[in-house]
Design a protein around this ligand. Structure first.
Ligand code: NQM
Length: 384
């Protein structure tokens, strides 16, 4: 008998996403072996992920790998891995600011970082980008407190706040070197404040029949829009120096429309094929930074707060407030990221052992052709 591979795992909600958190030491060191194991733990490439932990949507098919750090500026390292749904692919090509919200609590739960009194700050090196973040959350009595009164749009109920701070960076905010480009006949602003993102005025896509206020399901059904967004993404990805992005998870595409609920802007964000039910943290940080750069495509759409105010990014299930600033680089002209901060919440859902599907053979759960009815048989698939 072959015993299933078993791995210690914590399932957590991080912001508006959900993922499996692992200690790096509990996974194979070899990246190909690790990814093969993760596919089998999460249930991919089955589109329903019926035989694994994944929730059959990119926002619930995520993995955080955490280890202690030797870096004097960081307590832990966090590698984000997106496990594709419907494809046998694991990608470290993007970061995730939502799962980031769970990394500090996970590090304390696993004893990588001691709780530091009523509140603990964990300094995190984000390995996908090399950037730093600091997460501060309540730890009364030396234990992570998940209960609290902070509400996040897109998450039921309330929970304890996790304040996530990104220090100012020196990398270019505008990967093409310009505040506006025209790709596939559409004006865009390509911006990267932690997540490569293409800003597009929804009004410039009105020939696809959209306004920018539709819900994600309606937008995903619009095939003319999907075609147009793919053209824009492929061309913008190349211009942003990302190469051929036909199978990549970046750049994200954020459609902008005037705010509907008193915020700065309405967004509908493609990640990059499915439409986000809210917006990613670093996606929102990138939208906010892009809107702060004079000449961006959202200039006549957004209503920005006074300098230093929080930029409220409206999305399909509410809003996400981002403290964002844009500074000028050493050359005196290039826009660079100022301090960025968001408030998230996270919750431990389970802590235990996850068992992997055997390595082979793999068969999808997609409905098989209906079998011929069995005379007096008990196969209930034949009777439904
Ligand atoms: O932008 C989804 C999410 C994300 C990413 C995605 C994220 C971020 O909401 O920081 O959090 O854009 O693929 O989890």
């Amino acid at each position: 008998m072959t015993l299933p591979e078993e791995v210690p795992c914590m399932l957590m909600r991080g912001g508006t996403s959900k993922g499996a958190y692992f200690l790096a030491g509990d996974l194979p060191g070899d990246a190909a072996a690790r990814d093969d194991l993760l596919l089998r733990l999460m249930g991919s490439p089955d589109p329903r992920q019926i035989d694994g932990l994944g929730g059959a949507h990119p926002l619930t098919s995520k993995v955080a790998v955490v280890r202690p750090s030797d870096d004097p500026d960081a307590d832990v390292e966090y590698l984000f891995l997106q496990v594709a749904v419907g494809e046998a692919e694991v990608s470290g090509g993007q970061n995730c600011g939502n799962l980031l919200a769970g990394v500090g609590p996970f590090a304390v739960e696993r004893g990588l970082v001691p709780a530091g009194g009523d509140r603990t700050t964990v300094r995190i090196r984000m390995m996908n980008t090399g950037d730093l973040a600091a997460a501060t959350f309540p730890t009364p009595g030396g234990r992570v407190e998940y209960a609290g009164t902070t509400a996040l749009s897109g998450v039921p109920g309330t929970a304890a706040p996790v304040v996530v701070d990104f220090p100012p960076g020196s990398g270019a905010l505008l990967p093409t070197g310009r505040v506006r480009d025209t790709v596939a006949g559409t004006p865009v602003t390509c911006v990267d404040n932690g997540m490569p993102t293409v800003l597009i005025a929804a009004a410039d896509l009105r020939d696809t029949g959209i306004t920018g206020y539709e819900n994600p399901g309606e937008l995903e059904e619009n095939t003319a829009l999907a075609r147009r967004l793919r053209e824009i993404r492929l061309a913008a990805g190349a211009l942003m120096g990302l190469g051929d992005v036909s199978t990549a998870t970046v750049p994200k595409l954020s459609l902008l429309a005037p705010p509907a609920e008193g915020g700065a802007v309405t967004t509908r964000t493609f990640i990059p094929v499915r439409c986000h039910t809210s917006i990613g943290v670093l996606g929102a940080a990138s939208v906010a930074a892009g809107l702060l750069i004079p000449g961006n495509v959202g200039e006549r759409i957004a209503r920005l707060p006074p300098p230093g105010g929080r930029v409220r990014i409206e999305h399909p299930t509410g809003h996400l407030d981002v403290t964002a600033a844009v500074d000028v680089g050493e050359d005196g002209t290039t826009p660079v990221p100022g301090r960025t901060a968001v408030v998230r919440t996270a919750r431990k859902i389970f802590d235990g052992t996850v068992f992997a599907r055997p390595a082979a053979p793999y068969r999808t759960s997609a409905p098989a052709p209906a079998p011929a009815p069995l005379e007096g048989g008990t196969d209930d698939s034949a009777s439904r």
